[in-house]
Design a protein around this ligand. Sequence first.
Ligand SMILES: [Fe+2]
Ligand SMILES: [Fe+2]
Length: 381
Amino acid sequence: MAKETEVLIVVGDVQDRDTLNRILETSYKISVSDNSRQVLELAYKDTLDVVILDLSFNDIQPIETLKAIKHHDPYIEIVIISGENNADTTLKDFLCGVTGYIPKPFRLSNIISVTMAAAEKRNLNLQLKDIFCELMQVNSEIADEAAADPAQEKQLLLKLARIISEHFMQEPHLQTKKYKDYLEFAKVLSLTLESKDPYTYGHSERVSFYSLLIAESLKLMAAEKEEIQLAAYLHDIGKLGINSSTILKKKRLNSRDWEIIKQHPEKGVDLIKPLNNIENIKAYILHHHERFAGNGYPYGLAGESIPLGGRIIAIADSYDAITSDRPYRNKTMTHVEAQQELKRCAGTQFDPLLVEVFLKTLKKNDGLNHSEIAGVTKKTN
Ligand SMILES: [Fe+2]
Ligand SMILES: [Fe+2]
């Protein structure tokens, strides 16, 4: 029998707490709490699915509590109760991975639909997590055996592609092939992959965030922005098929290592080949290492023949990489140095107009805490 969904209500006002409890207890197992220690204790029991948190509740520090919960289990869904919804709150909530809002004054339909959406999201994410554990298992087989036998590597990659496609076919949520479902798929996949590697932990989420900043500044259509965001999450998925000893190598990479790493855009597209209607996303993944001057890979495309999403992700990807610790690099650049570096490479590595847009956007978002984008704190060694 499936586990009953557990919802924790952390609300200061007794009347509000009772209202939520009364409405939700018919569908969920409810706990209530009024202090942060108790919230974390409940979260650490590993049975919690959804937390409903009142931001105006003075007895706890909401942002710190959210971060601690997400750090313990990134798949716990957070719903915020808030009378206000200004830009500042939205940004802070985005940084902490909030799933939805229940505005005040309460409306019955709102409480039910937002909580249900959070519970469904949690459920879907856990299913996806299981799929990816299976993927990681195959990935470690690749790491063990691929270097010795290219035919074996191909077999295992085919197996990976089959796992992805089969689950997409069977999973009713994903059959609809809606953007939101794909996004969940992409987020869980990137988090699962990166959890194995302290150097890239949170990389895809930050690349997606920076890419979206550029896409929004360009005032692209909603569908284009969604495709770019998704491709940014998945841009390095092809590294699944690469021996982790190469990816985690502490010494400077030699030409053979680079040759292997350079295969990841094509391997990434191979893995999601069975998925339909995402041709643009596949193109953005394939071309995220092309250079504006034409000397990138895999195809050496130049200028605007590189798909727009590929050009955007290239900037976001490099910006995050050069401001992050990497095993083969001695020094991490500051954000100011990284912006200088983007300027220096505008026109050769990057589309100069897009670099200009990105730098302007960063300037506008000056208060942004880069190390905590989307609740993913960069790990340092
Ligand atoms: Fe890449
Ligand atoms: Fe990357």
